[in-house]
Design a protein around this ligand. Structure first.
Ligand SMILES: C[S@@+](CC[C@H](N)C(=O)[O-])C[C@H]1O[C@@H](n2cnc3c(N)ncnc32)[C@H](O)[C@@H]1O
Ligand SMILES: [Zn+2]
Length: 305
């Protein structure tokens, strides 16, 4: 990990002055507030104030199983294409989960510095660790060692932050070129503050008919209609909608895949494995449908904050 690159993203959660490395794994602000970073490459700046909890290890396991099977690869490709067109040097993913989408972006933009932020320490740890596995995967061991080193050097630096999106973010003002927010909670005023002038906010939300067949089988919660339009209206004072890309398809899922997709989401607490096998006895097609939205940061918000 690099405490230097991590600190370049961060400000003190108490007094909002920049955090800088202060020896060992300590980050400190000019007022003397100090925080211990983790050897694994992330820091928690929750300050013990948060009562909400992020995704737990079981949900993250289900998310990993489902995403690594490739079911959402088309979505990741669409998001990555949108982001890579910006040629970003600094990418912040808020609500990063296992880091699956951030990894797509950093693979396409290897010179970018990236920060994965989530309320869940397990999620942040996995995002940072996943990026390191990426380093190993990129190195072609058949090449002589100097050539491997060149390849590894081209992989993006991914640091991690445990923080609550509903609080004032412990992230410096104007520090990100691109902000990702995929199926995760949003704080529009803070998103506006941490993005640079003219930066891009890339958001993914499920479309009304996403996982329709699972809902019909009584296996998932309803998705409120018009999510993309609600989002456009909610973000309007801070961001102008520039791009709207629909990504959809139908894929044949068995009970194991269904258990994973349910286990990674808000229905996880409502559905037991036994119920899934009963209600989804054979492999059947399921609709995947998302909106990828690109919002351009307004220079000045339309409303006072
Ligand atoms: C549905 S998951 C999406 C994760 C990832 N973007 C993905 O699509 O794979 C929502 C994520 O938001 C995180 N989260 C929930 N509440 C949060 C909060 N208040 N602040 C920061 N992250 C939060 C959860 O821990 C979880 O990782
Ligand atoms: Zn401070």
């Amino acid at each position: 990990m690099s405490l230097q690159t991590l600190s370049e993203w961060l400000r003190c959660p108490n007094c909002f002055s920049p955090l800088t490395p202060a020896g060992g794994l300590v980050l400190r602000c000019t007022a003397g507030h100090s925080f211990d970073a983790n050897r694994r490459g992330y820091v928690s700046l929750l300050g013990g104030r948060s009562h909400v909890v992020g995704d737990n290890a079981a949900m993250l396991d289900a998310r990993t199983a489902f995403l690594e099977a490739g079911w959402y690869d088309d979505l990741r490709t669409a998001l990555t294409t949108l982001v890579a067109a910006e040629d970003p040097t600094r990418v912040l993913d808020i609500g990063c989960g296992t880091g699956y989408y951030l990894r797509g972006v950093t693979d396409a933009c290897p010179e970018a510095a990236a920060l994965g932020m989530d309320l869940s320490p397990v999620a942040v740890a996995r995002t940072v660790a996943g990026s390191r596995q990426g380093h190993a995967a990129v190195a072609d061991v058949s090449l002589p060692e100097p050539a491997q080193a060149v390849q590894v050097a081209q992989v993006a630096q991914v640091d991690g932050l445990v923080a609550d999106v509903w609080a004032d973010l412990p992230v410096r003002t104007g520090v990100a070129d691109v902000l990702l927010n995929v199926f995760a909670p949003r704080n529009p005023a803070e998103f506006h503050r941490v993005l640079r002038d003219d930066g891009l906010l890339a958001v993914v939300v499920p479309h009304d008919d996403h996982l329709r067949e699972l809902r019909d089988a009584g296996l998932t919660l309803d998705i409120p209609p018009n999510k993309a339009e609600d989002l456009r209206v909610a973000l309007e004072p801070w961001f102008a909608l520039e791009t709207l890309i629909g990504v959809s398809g139908r894929h044949r899922l068995g009970a194991g895949d269904v258990a994973a997709v349910i286990g990674m989401g808000p229905s996880a607490h409502h559905t037991g494995t036994e119920t899934i096998a009963d209600r989804w006895p054979e492999t059947r097609p399921v609709t995947f449908s998302f909106d990828v939205l690109g919002f351009r940061r307004r220079p000045v918000p339309l409303l006072p904050r």
